[in-house]
Write a protein that binds this ligand. Structure first.
Ligand code: PMP
Length: 387
């Protein structure tokens, strides 16, 4: 049979990411390519306890179908945390539980995008979002990401391009660049978007993983119409597949309707276990342990880079999260470097992955320090420096 797949399946960079994953299967390989949370900190015992507790209390309820918007006490917990930590005036009504923030992208595509509608992305941008939005066949435009956030002048002019509907941003320790928007830039971006009537999508999976500097206000605190995505993947465990979308009620209603058509609801069992875990444990203490470890790993990588990389390579210095982004001197290709590095048994993600249509970014590489210990980080950077 000659299958006639939909046009949306015709994706240039799928094979590219698959190639990368293949290389990292080699057990000798030091991989800075993944972006996985460090499993050393998954709260296994606590999750076992929480599971036993909720099953003993209401096993039948937990194994039953549930509501699409998600377990109310979990939504309450998320809203309360935003009120207390971020001063956002939110309630459970503003929260939809999703199957990770990745599902948030898909639902945004489903609810907001007609074929050909415009999305503004940071340059570089998170590849998972490009992939998810890409399924709805939008037109992507990119705006450069500077040290302190997206370029405001180019953002303003790009908002004027016909058909632009939304801007997708990761303001804290962005994947892949590790960069963070300054407070001033957050306000400025919100004002620009408000002026042009574009929806702002604020994706914040890493915000709680700050290990230097001060926590900054969310973009949503500057612009109420912002759709804010969050996740438990980086602070608790990604295998739970639980995240959320936070927005005005009319948007949550539409997203909920879109989600119902996809999967009825996120895993009820996981939601109940996670909620029990959250109320029985000191989550902030857990996050403090996590960020202390990431800080040490980040510093180890930065000092190895400073000691071994040629001086003409520029790199970012993250204040949190999991990523360092390096820029090669003119004329060097990260893709060629990737092949050479694979022979030395060290891997990273070449910059093309973070550009829509797979065009651009060949002078950049993303390095993740989240899952390697100090010694491995130092050895991996030495190998890369040799290449
Ligand atoms: N957004 C960004 C910027 C990410 O880096 C990730 C995970 N790599 C996600 C969203 C998706 O996270 P999840 O679906 O596990 O919540």
């Amino acid at each position: 049979m000659k299958y006639r797949f939909a046009d949306r399946m015709d994706k240039p960079h799928r094979s590219f990411v698959t190639e990368i994953l293949k290389v990292t299967e080699d057990p000798e390989m030091i991989s800075f390519a993944g972006g996985l949370p460090n499993p050393r900190f998954f709260p296994v015992e606590e999750i076992v306890d929480a599971t036993a507790k909720v099953m003993a209390r209401d096993g039948q309820g937990i194994l039953q179908y549930s509501t699409t918007q998600g377990y109310l006490p979990l939504r309450d917990y998320i809203a309360r945390r935003y009120r207390e930590k971020k001063g956002l005036q939110l309630s459970a009504e503003n929260i939809l539980i999703t199957n990770g923030s990745q599902q948030g992208f898909d639902l945004i595509g489903k609810v907001f995008l007609n074929k050909g509608d415009g999305i503004l992305l940071e340059r570089p941008a998170y590849h998972g979002a490009i992939q998810a939005f890409g399924m709805y066949q939008p037109t992507f435009e990119t705006v450069p990401l500077l040290e302190d956030g997206i370029d405001p002048e180019l953002l303003d002019s790009s908002c004027r391009i016909a058909g632009m509907k939304l801007l997708y941003t990761v303001p804290n320790f962005q994947n892949p660049s590790g960069l963070t928007y300054s407070d001033a830039r957050r306000g400025e971006v919100a004002r620009i978007l408000g002026r042009h009537d574009l929806m702002l999508v604020e994706d914040d999976p890493y915000g709680e993983l700050r290990f230097r500097g001060e926590h900054l206000p969310t973009l949503r605190s500057y612009l109420d119409s912002t759709l804010l995505l969050g996740t438990f993947s980086k602070t608790v465990a990604p295998g739970l597949r639980l995240g959320w979308a936070c927005a005005e009620r009319q948007v949550i209603e539409q997203l909920t309707y879109g989600k119902q058509a996809t999967d009825f609801h996120s895993n009820n069992f996981a939601q109940r276990v996670l909620h029990q875990y959250l109320i029985d444990n000191d989550v902030d203490a857990h996050i403090a342990v996590l960020t202390a470890a990431y800080k040490e790993q980040a510093e180890r990588m930065l000092s190895a880079i400073a000691a071994h990389f040629p001086p003409e390579i520029r790199y970012t210095r993250p204040e949190g999260g999991m990523f360092i982004f390096a820029t090669l001197p003119d004329g060097l290709s990260a893709l060629k470097l990737f092949d050479l590095a694979a022979r030395e048994k060290v891997a990273f993600v070449p910059g093309q992955a973070f550009h829509p249509y797979g065009v651009g970014g060949d002078d950049c590489l993303r390095l993740s320090y989240s899952t390697s210990d100090g010694e491995t980080i130092a050895e991996g950077i030495r190998r890369l420096a040799r290449v």
